[in-house]
Structures are given as structure tokens and as C-alpha cells.
Design a protein around this ligand. Sequence first.
Ligand code: SAH
Ligand code: SF4
Ligand code: F3S
Length: 440
Amino acid sequence: MSAPKKLYIKTYGCQMNVYDSERMAEAMGGAGYVETRDVSDADMILLNTCHIREKAAEKVYSELGRFRELKDARPDLKIGVAGCVAQAEGEEIMRRQPLVDLVVGPQSYHRLPEMEARLAKGEKALDTDFPEEDKFEALKARPKARRGPTAFLTVQEGCDKFCAFCVVPYTRGSEVSRPAGRILEEASGLVERGVREITLLGQNVNAYHGVGPKGGDWSLARLIWALSEVDGLERIRFTTSHPNDMSDDLIEAHANCAKLMPYLHLPVQSGSDRILKRMNRKHTAQSYLDVIGRIRAARPDILLSGDFIVGFPEETDADFEDTLRLIEAVGYGTAYSFKYSTRPGTPAANRAQVDPSVADERLQRLQALLTRQQREVQQSMVGREVSVLFEKPGRQPGQMVGKSEYLHAVHVVAPDIRPGDIARVRISESGANSLAGVLI
Ligand code: SAH
Ligand code: SF4
Ligand code: F3S
């Protein structure tokens, strides 16, 4: 038997890409590949890319350029591009970078092994279809090996919302929800392999509407309740949600489902109704605040997270002040903020752009406010009891690191704790990006 070939995967972008990379590695396992962390050792390099902002896409080309020497030294090294850049500009990648042998879009990962067989014959392969067959079904076989205590599980893919700035509806296609029975099976398989916390993923995860195991239409809340019955699964999370899809049953699950963690990422993008309208977000600042109010009434300790874009075309100082006001009104435990990046083919691309230096200044002010809020929320944890799911050893001897219910990183000196253990911890200190505590 010949030695297995080595696959090196580098992942950019969102958690759905992280999940997809795992599944691609598994699919290639069936074609005789094992994963390597050493790029110089690889027979095949796969970049799983992100197209969300211009910089993310440009990174792919500069990274590819760096593989030239490797390929010169080993002409049979295969180089592939997967993910959202592959979907958006597959043919252009092939033209611009002759080093690339393979381009595969996010909906075609199950076809990777056949594509690899074509590469072995010296051909190139490009597949950016939105095929009829279900890639999740085709990728079903999963190994039985033990794995870490947390896992992602994609339940929904694609987006029909068409925010004016965003490429996702084009790169990931329209909304598709996986059948609930399949998700429950996959979750049970993960739990058998040692997983105790699952984060359900979707570009619009709370718009999930899958077929139930006995037919009918299941909402995300119904799926969460069913998952909460899986023995050994201790924690459930989901991301990313859209404010307009925060249904009553999902809010109720936050109140009553003990395994659903008190953390919610709910992007709003802007606090200005004028800009929200121009963004095609289909909600107002007030309707967002109303949703937040209902969620907090159901689960008062929930930690809220958001996404913000500054410098969207035509954003004025007054619009920006509205965004700051909304942030003050919510009080985020954590948040992600970005300078608007023009994406070719999206409706906002041709509108009057904000001066980049103005956008930079706004981003700094916004981030200063969000950082202050994050510190305050973290500081408010000091003295409180939390439960921590431990994931790995920390930097100090005897130290273990894990996550609280609120997704704060917590480190504790506890030599007897193993990855996968859940323990009560009293928080003693708040650092820059993590909390320290002692076992109770
Ligand atoms: N489906 C999710 C996430 C979309 S992408 C949602 O609707 O929230 C993640 C974040 O990237 C977005 O929330 C937005 O804040 C940011 N983003 C998307 N397109 C962008 C662009 N063209 N420029 C800057 N930020 C962008
Ligand atoms: Fe993009 Fe808007 Fe869809 Fe989120 S809801 S993926 S921001 S189009
Ligand atoms: Fe990026 Fe595609 Fe995710 S564009 S954010 S990798 S859906």
C-alpha cells in the first residue's frame, strides 16, 4: 500500500468555512489523504476563502503567490481554491494565477474526490455549480475518531435577504435548511466522539425551516428543543441570526431551554433608519431595540453581540451618531465592526462612497465605544459564579482554559480538570480578553 497523501487546508472567513474545511478534509480522507499542518509537506494545498470584504479576497492572491517556490520545487504539488472567492471569481483565479489546479465552490465540496482524480491525470478542475444533489448527504460518512469538546454543525446555508453591501447571497446561494433528522443524527455522532457543545451554523440560522423527522416544518427553536434531548450534549449555541427572524418560539427557548446558552449574536449594521433602509435591512433601529427588549425580558443575563458597518455609502455624521446611540442603548458584551468595503456586483457598489479618512475616524470612535462596553461587561463578571466548559491547557503550568455560558474565555489553575469537563468557577479577575477564576 502506498503512503497516504497529505492535504494542507487553510481556512479564512466565517465559522461555516471552518465547518466546511472539516468536511472537505473528511471527503478527501476517502480519497487517501490525511491532513497535515505543515504546508511544505503537503501534496495538495487547499485555501478555503472568504469574499466578504476586499481585503479578504486580495489575501488569497498574495497567499497563492507564496506557493510558487513550493510548486517549482515539487511540480506535482496540487493547489486548490475553495470557498466564497472560488464561487465569486473562479475563472478569474484560474486566469490570474496559473499555479492553481482546482477551483471548487461551497456547494460542490462533495465532488472534490472526483476532481482530485482529474488532477492526478494532469488536468485542471473547476466546479462552481449549485448542484441539485445534497452535498451534506454526499458528505455524510464521518470518521469515528475522538475530537475536542466543541463543534460546529451547519444547519442552514445561503441567504435570501440581499443586504445592499453583501456578497453572501451570491456566493452561497439562496436559503436552504437541512432536514432535522439528519442534523440530530450528526449531533449524536459528534457527542459519541466527545463533543459536549454544538454551535448550529447558518448565514441566517434563525430563518431555519427544515423538514421534521416525521414531516412537517421545524423551526430553529423546535430543533434546539430536540437537540436538548440528546444525552451527553450539554450546550447549544447558534449563529448568525437576523433581527427579523427572532421568532417568539426562539425567544421562549432562551427563557426555558437550559442547554441553550445565554449568548446571542444579532447584527444590526447601523443605528440610522435612513442607512438601514439604504442597506435593505428591512428593519429599523427601534424594531431592533424592541427585539432586544423581548430577548432580555426572556433571559435577563443574556450577553449580546453585534456586527456594525461604518462608512456605508452616503452615511453622514448624523447617521453615525445614531449608530453610537444605538450601541449605548443596547450595551454589547462583544461586537465586530468593519469599514464598508465595496463589493463588485452588489447594489451599494455604485453609490457615493464616504471619504476613507472619515470612515477610518468613525471606525475608531465606534470601536472605542464597543471596547469600553466589552470591558464593562467583562468586569461585571468578577465575583460571579459561571459554569465553564474546559477545552485545553492554558499557558501557565496546571492551567486550563474554557468558555463560560456567556462565551467568555476563562482560565483556572486546575490540574485535575480534563478537556470536556464542565465545572463551576468563581470569576476573580478580568483581563484584556479573558477572565480568570477559581474552581468552586
Ligand atoms: N449573515 C450574517 C453575517 C454576514 S457577513 C448577518 O446577516 O449578519 C458578517 C458581517 O460582515 C456582516 O454582519 C457585516 O457586518 C459585515 N459585512 C458584510 N459585507 C460587508 C461589506 N461589504 N463591507 C464591510 N463589512 C461587511
Ligand atoms: Fe449578508 Fe444581509 Fe444575508 Fe447577512 S442577511 S448574509 S448581511 S445579505
Ligand atoms: Fe466569507 Fe463566505 Fe463566510 S464570504 S464570511 S466565507 S459565507
